[in-house]
Design a protein around this ligand. Sequence first.
Ligand code: ADP
Ligand code: MG
Length: 687
Amino acid sequence: MPQLRLDTPVKFLKGIGEKRAEAFERLGVMSVQDLLFHIPHRYIDASSVTPMAKARVGDDVACIGTVMSKGVLPTRKGLRIFHAVLKDDSGLLECAWPGQSFLDRTIVPGQLLLVAGPIRFYHGRQMAPREFIILGDVDDPTSSGRVIPVYPATEGLSHKQIRAIINAHLDAMIAIVPDILPEALRERFQLPVLRDALLALHRPTSSADADAGRRRLAVDELLDLQLMLARARQLAREGQRGTQFTVHKTLTTALRESLPWDLTTDQKQSVREIFDDMTKKERMHRLLMGDVGTGKTVVALFAMLLALENGYQAALMAPTELLAEQHYRTLSKLLTPLGILPELLLGRLGAADKNAARARIADGTTRLVIGTHALVQDHVAFQRLGLVVIDEQHRFGVEQRAALMQKGDAPDVLLLTATPIPRSLALTRFGDLDMSILRAKPPGRGTIRTALRTPAHRNRVFEFVRKTVLAGGQAYIVLPVIEESERADLRAAETMAAQLKEKWPDVSVGIVHGKLKPAERDTVMRAFRDGDVQVLVATTVIEVGIDVSNATVMVIEHPERFGLAQLHQLRGRVGRGEKESHCILMAASSNMPERLRAFALTDDGFKIAELDLEERGRGDLLGARQSGGIDFKIARFPDDTDLLAEARALARSVLEADPTLIKRENKPLRERALARYPRGEVLFRVG
Ligand code: ADP
Ligand code: MG
């Protein structure tokens, strides 16, 4: 065989033919390099396995034992149940898999089996395995004390086969893998060399050993992103100079005096931080993060007025036309006492109106412009733009932000996001930005009561909805799927809307979901905003944006299908007015999950974000990682929060000495980071 290289296709490896190579491809493993970095998603560690004799009814445990006997038993109802009896040093355990008689072909006596699941009482103690793994010919880890890696597997390629293949080639692969982290850095941050880390991952001597290896790889992974963020920040700071504004206290003070209420402490602090930035000669590059209703708009308005009182223009960009309209209304109200007329720039304006608006912006008649991202970004020439405020930025990646920063005459930039995320994660997403946080809501707003209800309450809940809307209020009903055919076991939005229309002929019911065209969706949303639709049946498309203060009731079906952060975003659609609001979670059974109870008890978006993170980062069996919305393959949160700071420090120290990563020792870092974030190319252009 020719010499092994990292880019050698896996099909040339011994033990892998065409068939297996195809299966590997499904796992994203094409080359030797991919195989080496195909890391276990969990380990079987003898210390976390329960002796069978100790498994009690009601426990949820993992056990390892040898299959003693097995068989398929039909029940009276015609369901076929696969049974197996396992044995370990401590005793026996009966396992039952209802409706899975096909396992009869897979599980055979003599095999060593890992099973995990709840222990229940059914003619005796019995496990209903949620999961099982055939350990097969592996030595019993409980007797050898070994830690066995379990790899992500696929059809036609079991984790056991993968383990054997990786094990057979591990030494040869490790011998050729370079450590691209410069040695000086590695030593300064006391990280293990890559080879040791990979060995520990694939052939751990203990769980701690494996985790130390994983963390080294996690640092590498986080470093790629931190290099992008740190570079973006560098460019933003040293790039074009910003405008140095002066607090003249004309418009800004006029606004403060015209507000019917005092700013909250958090708002004052944020305004101070923003003004500090804007009065410096560097460009501002700041994120204002705060839950819905914390009062971001007025803070942004102070920033815009500071630009205006210095003879500059300001622009506010929203993600949708509807939100732009909403901002326009809010700001117009706040600006009336100051005699300022904002300009609303919408895609659906006629050509003549649009041209007139553009002319006013270009000659400086208009001082404050509100529009969508696309409109303001691409087609408008400003007379003298000093500040851009961008609403709902969490969907923007760092590269897009950087591209935006490099446009035009270097206006200051303030980003707004209504998605609170824990500080640790904020560093991964927004490490290139300075951050201001609004945590507390202004006093005197309508509270939201969150209630958990079961199917037994269904009629009463819907009666309450009906009463609310007949009394002049409005309501949302949120469902996880659009059509019944997507998931037969879930209530669907279309069915719900049809049923309500039939049952309540005197109520106007609208529906919005992701399959509608944006224009159709906007029409329904506008009708809801204007009160023409009383009950809005929706999927999660209403998550961000709409603000209808007359809507005081939200019913969420199948709340267990949603992440906590998502539930919180949904809930934020009510409680926008003075009146008390209700968010009703219709749980599928009276056996209410703890997470929903926790959710009902708090309205603090940051706390919920932390709960959500824990939920998604937590493994289920023996340290397994659940897939979640976190886009890292190796790093997990909150466990690896400390590594983030480390990766960030690493990135900054590398870039300080070599901003575009052109030095020979840093080139591999640059290549790897850009392989992962190709759009970051713009950040590292030389010259
Ligand atoms: P966000 O954009 O953060 O969701 P908004 O800026 O829309 O929040 O503010 C929510 C509501 O609270 C608005 O009606 C606003 O007028 C009001 N508000 C903002 N700040 C205060 C305050 N300090 N005291 C009382 N009400 C406030
Ligand atoms: Mg807002």
